[in-house]
Design a protein around this ligand. Structure first.
Ligand code: NAD
Ligand code: 0WE
Length: 258
């Protein structure tokens, strides 16, 4: 493990809720490549899960609370990162939330409050955690976030999340410009549908999953491992020339016109 392509690197991981989380798939790929990680958990509800998964990454893997809608928790979390590791090389942002009602009816009915919450947690939080992490990325770094096709094209019911993901992808480009001189790269992975906690309970998710299987060039859905491997690529020197991009990991679905 010490000769892995990420050996000696320190990664901060936002967005593990359970073992099906996309964040966990990328975290596992980073650990297998030799990185040491630090995890956030959103609140007490997922604390136990995250502590258990973190322990599987190494006996003293640090874990701390950070609700990304709170500036004080982001500051406290990165104080904890500084005191436990002293530096950061990799940052994973795998966080999104919109009030459930906003993902059910029509986009036109999105309330001011739901619009604000979706953008705060799903887009602004990338800016906030990048600003907090950048001073610790003293030898350059790689920041990776997660997006979805609804940022670019209308996916019925994705609604305000699509608009927030468009903001997230634009934020990736502006952050890439700001942080490039410090050799910090910023990219998004636009993943095809994956059956995670955030996807389950979305009405019609299984139909969409089947639709991808029928129409994507690869005629199947993507696996968590595949998304993990792209997260590893972007974190590693394999991605050294890539910044500001949104990379699709979607079995090719997004290239289809019909
Ligand atoms: P998930 O539920 O496992 O992860 C979502 C995470 O967001 C959870 O860990 C949750 O705790 C965290 N979160 C929500 N609000 C937060 C807050 N205020 N503070 C801190 N953390 C908060 O689901 P997932 O599917 O792994 O989602 C991860 C990312 O992948 C999201 O950005 C999602 O939009 C994106 N994505 C998911 C799919 C899919 O089909 N599952 C496809 C493309 C992109
Ligand atoms: O980004 C997502 C989902 C993110 C998400 C999920 C929830 C469910 C629980 C954000 N907020 C909430 N709020 C909740 O209360 N995906 C890419 C998965 C997803 O969600 C959809 C999709 C796909 C794909 C919703 C409608 C249509 C397609």
């Amino acid at each position: 493990m010490s000769e892995g392509i990420l050996s000696g690197r320190v990664g901060v991981v936002f967005g593990v809720a359970n073992k099906r989380s996309i964040a966990w798939a990328i975290a596992q790929a980073w650990v297998a490549a030799g990185a040491r990680l630090i995890f956030n958990y959103q609140g007490e509800r997922v604390r136990g899960n995250v502590e258990e998964l973190a322990a599987a990454c190494g006996p003293d893997t640090p874990v701390a609370q950070c609700d990304v809608s709170r500036d004080d928790e982001i500051a406290g979390f990165f104080d904890f990162v500084r005191s436990s590791a002293g530096r950061v090389d990799l940052l994973l942002h795998s966080v999104a939330f919109a009030p459930r009602e906003a993902l059910e009816g029509r986009f036109i009915d999105t309330t001011r409050q739901a619009f604000a919450v979706a953008h705060d947690i799903s887009a602004y939080s990338l800016v906030a955690v990048s600003r907090a992490a950048a001073p610790l990325m003293t030898d350059g770094g790689s920041i990776v976030t997660l997006s979805y096709y609804g940022a670019e094209k209308v996916v019925p019911h994705y609604n305000v999340m699509g608009v927030a993901k468009a903001s997230l992808e634009a934020s990736v480009r502006y952050l890439a410009h700001d942080l490039g001189p410090q050799r910090i790269r910023v990219n998004a992975i636009s993943a095809g549908p994956v059956n995670t906690l955030a996807a389950r309970g979305i009405s019609g998710f299984m139909e969409m999953y089947k639709h991808y299987e029928a129409h994507a060039p690869l005629r199947r859905n993507v696996t968590l491992e595949e998304v993990g491997q792209t997260g590893l690529f972007l974190a590693s020197d394999g991605g050294a020339g890539i910044t500001g991009q949104t990379i699709y990991v979607d079995s090719g679905y997004s290239v289809m016109g019909m």
